[in-house]
Design a protein around this ligand. Sequence first.
Ligand code: ZN
Length: 106
Amino acid sequence: MQRGSSKCELCGFEHTLSVYEIPPASDPSVEQSILVCETCHNQIEEPEKMDVNHWRCLNDSMWNPEPAVQVMAWRLLKRLDSEDWAQDLLDTLYLEPEVQQWAQAT
Ligand SMILES: [Zn+2]
């Protein structure tokens, strides 16, 4: 909550927040979790319900210094990579090698 300033770390929404553990969560620590709102959470869990326009928020959140947020942003952009804008963001998103490895772990 403190790290995310009590906002969804993906879209900035301030309500219906919960903690999402990023799989594979070997240890359920704060470093491997992000704070997300219900809208983001539902779409992370159910890829077929992805609302493309909602994820324009990744334009900002992918620059979050927190590796867990970067990993989630990268994975979501991968899901959306049939969209030109998402592909463009993926092209500009640089991850440290160990973060990249984590992003590709599932
Ligand atoms: Zn959200």
